[in-house]
Design a protein around this ligand. Structure first.
Ligand code: ZN
Ligand code: MN
Length: 468
């Protein structure tokens, strides 16, 4: 049986400062090595000060993943040398003296399958290595410590995934969940990274590291499964090892160095005392937690009779569900949900477009009301929405400027019908014999009114006029 487990690193991008100093947690956009201080570059004599908010956010993540949160947590030094790690150790967590990392034994359901979370730990991100130069001979490695010390949460799952597709679904759910909690923006480059371990029936566990994106993760898993299966078919032993994903060649390569836990020479971080998390703090955090995606989804279905699929899409994306929450009323909820999921998602389908969009909740609410009150047709609402996104003008202004007002006046529609009857004598004869062809004439009326005529009323009036 195929077994896949994950180690996901997720930056707490919504925090103000780093995990152990007051440098900015949001290191993006700085000139290299300008968002640093003696603590984050590990100068002798500097001492870490733990960021309380990071403990809180990580606890919230642990609770959202149904983990147990211990009353006491501890930090450890994980010793290894690498140029992106200026102290020569990473401050992280470990469950060696009992459960002392921020969360344990959680679970999350992926399409009915339960994925167990082994542990969640809070740790610091290392710096970043930048490789420059084209050939091996001219290549240089630069180090940027702006990222060093950024608060990271590492989520370790049990090897419960049976295939790469489950992994992808899980990561989508997890990334929506983290965004919904307001702790991270997973769409930022490098904000969410995953390593994987893979084994097949009868083989040892192989770890894959160095995977840059979720897309590559799926590719790496597929490659690794095929490699292991082909070894097994040829009766070659699958050895326990760490393999690196080669981004360029899209294959995994054996990494010669293989370290076990004992190689890291873990020991308690003496500069940070044990941290007690009082029950009152845990219950306050629980109380203040944003509503979960599944609870939103159920509420949308139950209170507003929104179709399951629409509720799924709407609840899982914080940007859209926030908009929905602000825009809807008891009366227009279904219409607002409709506008968001059928049209708006197409107009602002990238982060850049969301940012540039001039639309606010009031626009959405006005537009939904205009549809309900028959001021415009659903057909023209699409044009209005697109114009709002581009210009930010008000709904009534756009309706009048683009002349999109709904025509439900009998006299007005009858006049257009008369015109169409004059022009389409052949189709009129046909419709009299074969009533089902009348839709052609309805279409002509709609075209002449630029989609503004009330379709039901038009059909009714046409039938009357043609006596059919
Ligand atoms: Zn610093
Ligand atoms: Mn880690």
């Amino acid at each position: 049986m195929t077994k896949i487990g994950l180690e996901i690193h997720c930056q707490l991008t919504k925090l103000e400062s780093k995990l152990f100093c007051s440098c900015k947690a949001d290191y993006r956009g700085f000139e290299p090595n300008t968002n640093i201080c003696p603590v984050c570059v590990g100068l002798p004599g500097s001492l870490p000060r733990l960021n309380k908010k990071a403990i809180e956010k990580a606890t919230v993540i642990a609770m959202a993943l149904n983990c147990q949160t211990p009353p006491k947590i501890a930090f450890f030094r994980k010793n290894y040398f690498y140029p992106d790690l200026p102290k020569n150790f990473q401050i992280t967590q470990l469950n060696i003296y009992g459960p002392t990392s921020i969360g344990q034994e959680g679970k999350i359901s992926v399409e009915g399958k339960e994925i167990r979370i082994r542990r969640i730990q809070l740790e610091e991100d290392p710096g970043r290595l930048i490789y420059e130069g084209s050939s091996e001979r001219t290549q240089i490695t630069l180090v940027d410590y702006n990222r060093a010390g950024t608060p990271l949460v590492e989520i370790v799952t049990e090897p419960d995934f049976e295939n790469p597709k489950q992994v992808r679904l899980f990561l989508n759910i997890l990334s929506d969940l983290l965004e919904n909690l307001g702790v991270s923006d997973p769409s930022l480059e490098g904000a969410m990274r995953a390593d994987a371990n893979v084994s097949i029936e009868g083989g040892s566990k192989v770890e894959i590291k160095n995977i840059n994106s979720f897309y590559d993760l799926e590719k790496a898993l597929q490659f690794e499964l095929t490699r292991q299966q082909s070894l097994a078919e040829r009766k070659i032993e699958i050895i326990q090892e760490t393999r690196h994903w080669d981004d360029r060649r899209k294959i995994t390569i054996s990494a010669r160095s293989k370290e076990g836990e004992e190689d890291y020479r873990y020991f308690l971080e003496g500069d940070i005392p044990w941290v007690m998390i009082a029950p009152q703090v845990v219950s306050r955090l629980k109380k203040d937690m944003p509503e979960s995606i599944s609870s939103k989804r159920e509420r949308y279905i139950k209170n507003f009779d929104i179709p399951t699929q629409v509720a799924d899409v709407l609840s899982s994306d914080k940007f859209y569900s926030d908009l929905f929450e602000q825009a809807h009323s008891e009366k227009n909820a279904k219409e607002v949900a409709n506008l968001i999921t059928t049209d708006l998602m197409g107009f602002v389908d990238t982060k850049e477009k969301r940012k540039e969009s001039k639309l606010n909740a009031k626009h959405l609410s006005d537009l939904a009301n205009s549809i309900i009150e028959n001021k415009i047709t659903r057909n023209s609402s699409k044009t209005v929405l697109q114009t709002i996104v581009k210009t930010g003008k008000s709904v009534p202004q756009i309706i009048s400027e683009l002349d999109l007002g709904h025509v439900s006046d009998e006299k007005e529609i009858t006049m257009v019908i008369d015109e169409v009857i004059k022009e389409e004598s052949k189709a009129v004869d046909e419709a009299k014999q074969k009533p089902e062809t009348i839709n052609y004439l309805v279409g002509k009326v709609m075209k002449k009114t630029k989609g503004k005529a009330d379709a039901t009323l038009t059909l009714e009036l046409l039938k009357k006029r043609l006596n059919c």
